[in-house]
Ligand binder design. Sequence first.
Ligand code: PLP
Length: 226
Amino acid sequence: MPAVADHLAAIRERLAKAAERVGRTASDVELLAVSKTFPVEAIQEAIDAGQTLFGENKAQELLAKQPALPSRLRWHIIGHLQSNKVRKILPIVEAIHSVDSLDLAKDINRIAAELGLFPKVYLEINVAAESTKFGFSPPVVREQLEALYALDRLEIQGLMCIPPFSANAEDSRRYFVLLRGLRDDLEKLGGAPLPRLSMGMSHDFEIAIEEGSTIVRVGSAIFGSR
Ligand SMILES: *Cc1c(COP(=O)(O)O)cnc(C)c1O
């Protein structure tokens, strides 16, 4: 079995075990295979192993790879998105995990209306207030929630975060707990469900699942180090 297939099988097993530990099931958690920087040949290996859901962090890279691969794949964009890329990627993505400002949300909403689309989006939260990261701060997302809900083309799924990297994966746990708590607050504030949490990467996805993740974004543990 090629390496990618082995890695995928191992990740799927760990995902299921993590879910079971907290009384959830594997089907509660989607596995987004993050293929950024890897060629279409590597993606094809993952497809051969049954994977159909893929994530890229750059619009350009997604636009370059997508036409070379089967059209039945589901693509998510997970990195900072410039407004001038929205028109091209909207027709090919199932979800955008990186809606990191009200301005970007408004641009997506306007272009989605022009294209007749209702994109699924996650609001990215800068959980550790890092100056190097994009995302809403918790107070700003509370303040702007009504304006976000007024954007009637957006299907807001929930929240996404990228905790500060730490060699100790347990350090991520408090940020996952924070994201889930913020989600609970926003559901009360907005009176609408936010069922999904995009959290967990190669080194900390099991902890994210224990804390309620519904989609984990796993790259290097599947495709190798970048
Ligand atoms: C690259 C990336 C990932 C995957 O990271 P790994 O550590 O390779 O699993 C997840 N989320 C985002 C936003 C990324 O940019």
